[in-house]
Design a protein around this ligand. Structure first.
Ligand code: SF4
Length: 213
């Protein structure tokens, strides 16, 4: 009986030690990842992405516990995926690349209507969507203005493409890039987030699109 008690006590201590070691390793990976990403010098990107994908929720909890920015894990995942895919993205022609913009970029007086493939922008000139559409479509890109991930999934099913560029807030962009990870995704974060009249840096979008030429 004494032996059984000692065994369970030992087992309990072992589990606690393993959990503490895993937590310390996660915190080290998290801090190193964030530091490297801030300096745009990402080391071991595939390993980092694997850890972030696998332990997304625990990492978010740790970041919250450490009082770090709520978006830090998504930001890290976006930067790492961008880095991994950027060379392959450049090599895929515009005609085989889709652009997804969020409909929250539209102006309050937007005259466009929502169709089954997203917002039907008329290029009225009131917001950045029109600017991006006007320049990117003649280049060969297919552009979609979507209200949510259900539209993205539908468009993905109905199109043949090899690459994708997304614009969104941290969490949505990370999830979109995760969902479309087989299509060498690139991402541009919104500069002003929210659900209404958000903003994107158009220059940053075209830095990615122009990289193919
Ligand atoms: S440019 Fe397009 S999306 Fe923007 S407000 Fe005009 S019609 Fe709407």
């Amino acid at each position: 009986m004494l032996f059984v008690d000692s065994f369970y006590m030992f087992l309990g201590q072992l589990v606690v030690i393993v959990v503490v070691i895993i937590l310390i390793l996660l915190i080290i990976v998290l801090i190193l990842g964030i530091l490297f990403a801030k300096k745009n010098k990402i080391k071991f990107p595939r390993f980092l992405l694997y850890i972030v994908n696998l332990l997304y929720s625990p990492l978010k909890t740790i970041a919250h516990f450490l009082k770090l920015d709520d978006n830090i894990i998504d930001d890290l995942a976006i930067k790492v995926r961008d880095e991994i895919n950027k060379e392959k993205f450049k090599q895929i022609p515009a005609e085989k690349t889709l652009i997804f913009l969020p409909h929250c970029l539209r102006h309050a007086d937007c005259p466009a209507t929502l169709q089954k493939e997203g917002l039907n922008c008329t290029e009225c000139g009131l917001c950045s969507i029109g600017v991006i559409k006007k320049k990117s479509e003649p280049m060969g890109y297919k552009l979609y203005i979507v209200p949510g991930s259900s539209f993205v999934k539908k468009i993905v099913m109905e199109n043949k493409f090899q690459a994708v560029l997304g614009v969104a807030c941290h969490e949505d962009l990370n999830q979109m890039m995760m969902l479309l990870s087989d299509f060498c995704p690139q991402g541009v974060l919104l500069e002003k987030t929210g659900c209404f009249e958000t903003k994107v840096n158009v220059k940053k979008v075209f830095e990615k699109l122009d990289s193919k030429y």
